[in-house]
Design a protein around this ligand. Structure first.
Ligand code: DC
Length: 226
């Protein structure tokens, strides 16, 4: 039986690294929900949509089509037919995405899409509300956390490797600001689901964190078999 694995947690704490590795190991689909909020944010920025204007947001949402496609063995997010995987990681998007993700109409639209994508199960999804709102019945729920400076270092290296220029201090400020906005918003704030397992990966390697997650998946499979 195929499971749903929900991974939530703070900004840049390795959710996507774990989700991708887990999806690969289990032959499941990886769903990067943060990429969807980023793609909507990019659309608003490019089209001069004032996201504080709820009418403009509702109208704009009708013109946005988001889907995922495999490009060179990696899942890329597409916005109205355009591969925006690289652009959505830029700091200009990171600086607005938490405000956009706090808008109920945006959340309603994207959560419906995510739930449709999860219908066939066999999915590893990462985000902020996966275990609490999108897939409350997920068999495995993980909440990831890590030290802020360690997260800043990881993000800095990731962006530099992609050729995206971003000062370390600015990245740290952005992670802190997003964590604040994501945990304090009214609509589906980032929370530890009551049945989630918290993993602090500050001192864990990607392989160690994968091992721990695989243990949780095996335990869930055992539970379901008996
Ligand atoms: O995972 P990420 O850093 O790419 O996510 C970008 C932002 O999107 C994050 O700061 C909050 C928002 N987000 C959300 O509100 N709910 C999700 N399920 C995923 C992301």
């Amino acid at each position: 039986m195929k499971l749903i694995v929900a991974i939530d947690g703070y900004a840049s704490c390795g959710k996507s690294t774990l989700a991708k590795a887990l999806a690969k190991a289990l032959h499941y689909i990886y769903l990067d929900t943060g990429a969807m909020y980023r793609a909507v944010t990019l659309y608003f920025l490019e089209n001069g949509i004032n996201y504080e204007d709820s009418k403009a947001v509702e109208e704009a949402l009708k013109n946005i089509k988001i889907y995922f496609k495999c490009v060179d063995g990696q899942t890329h997010v597409f916005l109205n037919g355009r591969d925006v995987e690289r652009e959505i990681r830029e700091l200009r998007v990171s600086e607005h995405v938490s405000q956009v993700a706090a808008i109920p109409a945006v959340r309603r639209t994207l959560v419906a899409l995510q739930q449709a994508m999860g219908q066939r199960r066999g999915i590893v999804a990462d985000g902020r509300d996966i275990g609490t709102v999108v897939f409350p019945d997920a068999e495995v729920k993980i909440f990831l956390t890590a030290d802020l400076d360690v997260r800043t270092n990881r993000r800095y290296l990731e962006l530099t490797a992609k050729g995206i220029d971003a000062p370390w201090e600015e990245i740290r400020r952005n992670l802190q600001a997003r964590d604040y906005l994501d945990t304090t918003r009214t609509d589906s704030p980032l929370r530890v689901a009551p049945d989630a397992v918290v993993i602090d990966n500050t001192l864990l390697s990607p392989d160690e964190q994968l091992e721990e997650a695989l243990r949780l998946v095996r335990a869930a499979q055992e539970r379901l078999c008996h």
